[in-house]
Design a protein around this ligand. Structure first.
Ligand code: IDP
Ligand code: MG
Length: 143
């Protein structure tokens, strides 16, 4: 069993797609371990997306992801990290497979509804960033 971090980004919340995303995860068989709606501070957004610092779209990405509430979640299940990434679809919705969240519901490479951790290491880092190092997460390694 693995845990991963998933976030419905501001465009997904504004478009009323939180239930759609959660429904897909639940029907697949994943469990929601933790969930909260929040508006991200710039400093948290910059840490979360630190790997993209310096890229041409970085400022727009931070503006966008802090532009309204997000719904942040910890999802658990078998091969949750890679499986949730497949369910999200490719970053660019024009390349995302039909049947995926982005393939079915998005057209824009920047406003692409969801974020999901891309590795076990990212999942652990992102869960800690958004949900903190509570004793629960410290005692349960993220895999
Ligand atoms: P991911 O969300 O599929 O993991 P990343 O490459 O990690 O994709 O990029 C993070 C986010 O940055 C994307 O989901 C998207 O919102 C935005 N982004 C990525 N590449 C571009 C781009 O070329 N132009 C504009 N925004 C981008
Ligand atoms: Mg990424």
């Amino acid at each position: 069993m693995e845990k991963t971090f998933l976030m419905v980004k501001p465009d997904g919340v504004k478009r009323g797609l939180v239930g759609e995303v959660i429904g897909r995860l639940e029907r697949k068989g994943f469990a929601i371990e933790a969930m909260k709606m929040m508006t991200i501070e710039r400093s948290l957004a910059e840490r979360h997306y630190a790997a993209h610092d310096g890229k041409p779209f970085f400022k727009d990405l931070i503006d966008y992801v802090t532009s309204g509430p997000v719904v942040a979640m910890v999802i658990s299940g078998r091969s949750a990290v890679s499986s949730v990434r497949k369910m999200m679809g490719a970053t660019d919705p024009s390349e995302a497979e039909p049947g995926s969240v982005r393939g079915d519901l998005a057209t824009d490479i920047s406003e692409n509804i969801v974020h999901g951790s891309d590795s076990l290491e990212s999942a652990k880092r992102e869960i800690e960033l958004f949900f903190g190092l509570t004793s629960k997460w410290r005692d349960e390694p993220c895999q």
